[in-house]
Design a protein around this ligand. Structure first.
Ligand code: GRF
Length: 196
């Protein structure tokens, strides 16, 4: 493979299992990329330990210490540039992002959401799918636009809702699929940008 690896910057607020799935895909050579930095906003987020285990720098940018969403995003962009990032990978980033971030990386900010968008946008997608009684839900990787959980869809995976599902059991089965499709979607975008 002679094209350069995609330079990724991951943003996460909590556990970071999607970050780890991406790191694993890179280690397994299923994704030709490198995670340059993980940015997290909650002190104590488990993603920090995961990043350390992979030897990847983890940088805390605590939103509580910034005057506005834009100010936080400016700091994120600066950090991403400092680490030479080309693609911004939102993986459980629980903050609304602004044009400051989106315009800095045109069509190169990705997000994963635990529903088949455009159904069940927002922070309670799994619970809402259960309440709605849908028989199939899933997850979506999409390019990020200003409107939350909107933007061109890259890959989706379907997950059946089982009769005795709780939010936790359903979320766990959705995450298995998330871990498959996120590395695939990143590879897809990378190939597109390299003209394949
Ligand atoms: C995922 O379920 C993702 O769909 C949502 O946040 C969750 C993050 O999980 N946006 P993790 O931190 O990657 O484990």
């Amino acid at each position: 493979m002679n094209k350069p690896p995609l330079q990724l910057g991951v943003m996460a607020s909590g556990s970071g299992s999607n970050f780890e799935a991406i790191a694993q895909a890179i280690a397994d050579q299923r994704l030709h990329a490198k995670v340059q930095v993980v940015i997290y906003n909650n002190p104590g987020a488990k993603v920090r330990e995961r990043a350390e285990r992979w030897g990847i720098p983890a940088v805390l940018l605590n939103h509580r210490e910034f005057a506005s969403r834009e100010a936080l995003d400016e700091a994120i962009v600066k950090m991403m540039r400092q680490y030479g990032v080309d693609y911004v990978i939102m993986a459980g980033w629980m903050r609304i992002v602004t044009t400051v971030l989106i315009d800095a990386f045109p069509d190169r900010v990705l997000n994963i959401h635990p529903s088949l968008l455009p159904s069940f946008r927002g922070a309670h997608a799994v619970e809402e799918a259960l309440q709605a009684g849908v028989k199939i839900t899933g997850c979506t990787v999409h390019l990020v636009r200003l409107e939350v959980d909107s933007g061109p869809i890259l890959i989706q995976a379907a997950v059946p809702v089982l009769p005795d599902d709780t939010p936790e059991t359903l979320q766990a089965r959705i995450q298995v699929q998330e871990h498959q499709i996120y590395p695939q979607a990143i590879a897809l975008v990378g190939d597109r940008d390299f003209g394949f």
